[in-house]
Design a protein around this ligand. Sequence first.
Ligand code: HEC
Ligand code: HEC
Length: 299
Amino acid sequence: MSTFWHWYITIITIGTIAVTVWFLIWSSRIKVDAAQEDDGSETTGHVWDGDLKELNNPLPRWWMGLFWITIVFSVVYLILYPGLGRFQGVLGWSQESQYEQEMEVARASFEQRYAALGALELEQLASNPEAVEIGRNLYAHNCSTCHGSDARGAVGYPNLTDDHWIWGDQPQQVLTSIVNGRQAAMPGWGAVLGDEGVLETAIFVQQLAGESVDPAMAAAGEEHYNQVCLACHGPQGKGNPILGAPNLTSGVYTYGGDLDTLQYTIRNGRAGVMPAQLDLIGETRSRLVTAYILSLHDE
Ligand code: HEC
Ligand code: HEC
């Protein structure tokens, strides 16, 4: 908040309270030359339109008392809590700190409740119905936007229910994918291969996946493959889980296996990001959601 707005708010707030106090004191002190009427009521002596008289009825004491209470309340409040521009209040309270505290309590109580489950091996967890049930809920809240409510993925987001793992199929590798996230980096080869080279390589990739393609084109593509793709996708195209380079022989694609999509991938590259979950849901929850994913593979 700029200095200007700090003082703007502070002066208006304090000024309003001060004026109210002054007004209360002033109005309780003024003496009215009250005139006694015939029926016993007092009037201020003001008369309009011939016979319209202003009665002199002071506010009841309890009513005045309420005014004073609200003023005392507002002063105490403004001392304790933020309200005067940049002044933070002597309690140091803030929305963020209250939120953080409540989240911390919730986190701690979750960790405590599920510490026993979290300590189990992933394989045991995956066949523990309670763990899988909690994991299913965690999945719905934290993962389904990208991987789909049934975990079957979408274009750009891998299917987590099939046996085609990009980053490794061991429970510990799946957990690592979730806890630390993954950053794939497939460079684009359009400039190196040219349009014809990209097309030939795409056709060779289709051949790797078992499709019947033009053999001459595929043979030309294989040469490109051996020069630039083999380093990551391996001599037989089986991929490399350490780099997150997918197996190109399985026919299962994150982005798509039609000729247009393959050419796009090869020309421009891809950089899929799986966001790290550790800071978002913590260690225990990550293990439980991993158990849920693994349980989808038990059938
Ligand atoms: C530096 C390592 C590297 C090289 C070299 C490389 N790739 Fe990749 N490739 C990757 C990675 C990593 C991914 C996963 C990208 C992602 O998930 O966003 C990938 C993804 C792909 C995909 C997408 C598969 C899918 O599931 O949709 C295809 C197709 C592909 N690469 C083919 C090739 C071809 C053909 C070449 C050679 C022209 C090549 N790659 C060179 C690392 C590499
Ligand atoms: C913002 C979207 C997004 C969210 C949210 C997300 N993921 Fe992912 N996830 C991805 C992408 C993209 C990849 C693939 C990265 C790559 O290109 O290799 C991935 C990869 C993975 C992998 C590795 C798959 C393999 O074949 O090796 C696992 C496991 C996974 N996610 C599980 C989860 C779980 C569990 C959650 C929830 C806690 C989650 N993801 C939340 C986008 C997301």
